[in-house]
Design a protein around this ligand. Structure first.
Ligand code: NAP
Length: 471
């Protein structure tokens, strides 16, 4: 069958949800051609630029994604921003269906005075910086400060805390960006307060991540015993069989109450039932003002209510890690409160009216929750409804990539193909080998694009021109 006779599907975004959608499509009985559009020249989304460098095992899905990408019916179309360099309408005119798998690349705001003072940062910035994401590689963090505060108690907060506190020797053999390793080697951060607005039962850490954080070499973690005196409602929540993670977390927290901070070690303080109300300082963050909270509501629905009690905590760095939000794409419905594309099981709708041919998956569909593997089931659901829709109509032929290539060639400096990426990948691995790292990432788009036109050690082109592969 000629490629043009296949169902032409565009996937926007090359993170886990995009790849799991591609896997489901390629595994279906239908003849499908997939073109995966990605804003960056590099694929794999948060697996490349979100997963912490000291968690290399979590990057293993990349091997699966590479296999998917090697399918003869799959094109990687990198360095193309959907919404600006090509519009949703233009894609619609060339494809039978589009799956948006763009994740949630914005942070929720705290909406408090001083939030944008120097020294106050988002999780996205810091995570992107240490992972070498081109958008964040030039951010600077004043690591000469001794005290940092992290707002939020999820696994991203745990990642940030670990990277701040882990002995730099333990990061040297990871794929952490070189600029971050250098800066962290000079870090003077000695103390981190990791603050939750609710109690220890409601903390979102998974137990493995919490244990790891609480047992970092050269660091002592503490918790005030009073935080573990639970209310009746919290005890009821904890006793429920849905609360196995919270039960195990509580065991970890209890072990930390006996710890006494000493001057020789770095310190992590877990603090609860406090919310920031202002960041204070002349030119930069000097203090964070917290309001103490009480919890109110039924088990599993308790929310934090501010009390009269306030406290100022001196600190020179603040990281807000209170969850991510999706970003609106022009011509696609968007729910700005939840930061997702409104959908029914993956079918995009506007005010309840389904928009044929438009689908969504991953964090942009359900919000920023779950682990990498959670996206597999999510993408399967989206692909199932999509195939159901397409099976009820006999689609006319669609040109697919051929139809949009003239547009994207005009609007992109360089379209990046899969083999272009494999060239960059090989060069990163080669650079890393010399440093005892799995890879030394290129962190500037210009560097990546120039590598694509170079040759490998054998004198073979390591990056084919875009037209060699995707025409
Ligand atoms: P998360 O797990 O939802 O945690 C967000 C934290 O921010 C919660 O403690 C939440 O408290 C708090 N928060 C939200 N709004 C707040 C506000 N206005 N003021 C104060 N605190 C507020 O989100 P995440 O840490 O960004 O992680 C996103 C997803 O990625 C999660 O599913 C996570 O497990 C996953 N992830 C996994 C790994 C791993 O497996 N190693 C690593 C990183 C991320 P409330 O509970 O009170 O809302």
């Amino acid at each position: 069958m000629h490629d043009r006779e296949r169902l032409q599907i565009a996937i926007v975004g090359s993170g886990p949800s995009g790849f799991y959608a591609a896997e489901a499509l390629l595994g279906s009985a239908l003849q499908i051609q997939i073109d995966m559009f990605e804003r960056l020249p590099t694929p794999f989304g948060l697996v490349r630029s979100g997963v912490a460098p000291d968690h290399q095992k979590l990057k293993q899905p990349i091997r699966v994604f590479e296999e998917i990408a090697r399918s003869p019916h799959f094109n990687f179309v990198g360095n193309i921003a959907v919404g600006s360099q090509i519009t949703v309408k233009e894609l619609q005119s060339a494809y039978h269906a589009i799956i948006f798998a763009c994740g949630a690349s914005n942070d929720r705001r705290m909406n408090i005075p001083g939030e944008d003072l120097k020294g106050s940062h988002t999780a996205t910035e810091f995570v992107g910086w240490y992972n070498g994401h081109p958008d964040y590689r030039d951010r600077t963090f004043d690591l000469s400060q001794e005290v940092a505060v992290i707002i939020g108690q999820g696994n991203v907060a745990a990642d940030i805390c670990r990277i701040l506190m882990r002995p730099v020797d333990e990061l040297k053999s990871s794929d952490i960006a070189g600029h971050a390793l250098e800066a962290l080697a000079e870090s003077k951060v000695r103390e981190v307060h990791i603050i939750g607005r609710r109690g220890p039962v409601q903390a979102k850490f998974t137990t493995k991540e919490l244990r790891e954080l609480a047992s970092l070499a050269g660091t002592i973690s503490t918790i005030e015993p009073a935080y573990l005196e639970l209310s009746e409602t919290c005890n009821a929540e904890l006793a429920n069989k849905r609360s196995t993670v919270a039960q195990k977390n509580l065991e970890v927290f209890h072990c930390l109450t006996a710890n006494v901070p000493d001057g020789s070690r770095r310190r992590i303080h877990f603090r609860f039932q406090a919310s920031p109300v202002a960041l204070l300082g002349e030119d930069r963050v000097e203090r964070i003002r917290l309001v103490h909270n009480r919890l109110n509501g039924e088990p599993f629905n308790q929310c934090a209510i501010a009390t009269e009690r306030r406290e100022d905590l001196s600190c020179g760095l603040v990281f807000r890690s209170i969850g991510y939000k999706g970003v609106a794409i022009p011509d696609l419905p968007f729910d700005p409160i939840r930061g997702v594309v409104p959908n029914m099981a993956g079918r995009v709708h506007a005010d309840g009216v389904v928009l044929p041919g438009l689908f969504v998956t991953g964090w942009l569909k359900r919000g920023p929750s779950g682990i990498i593997g959670s996206n597999r089931a999510d993408s399967l659901e989206t692909v199932d409804v999509m195939l159901e829709d397409l099976s009820t109509t006999v689609p006319a032929r669609a040109p697919g990539l051929e139809g949009v290539l003239p547009i994207i060639k005009r609007r992109s400096g360089r379209i990046v193909s899969l083999s272009d990426w494999f060239g960059v990948d090989a060069a990163e691995v080669q650079r890393g080998r010399k440093l005892g790292k799995p890879r030394e990432k290129f962190t500037r788009i210009g560097e990546m694009l120039s590598i694509m036109s170079h040759q490998d050690e054998q004198g073979q082109p390591i990056g084919l021109s875009s037209t060699d592969t995707i025409d």
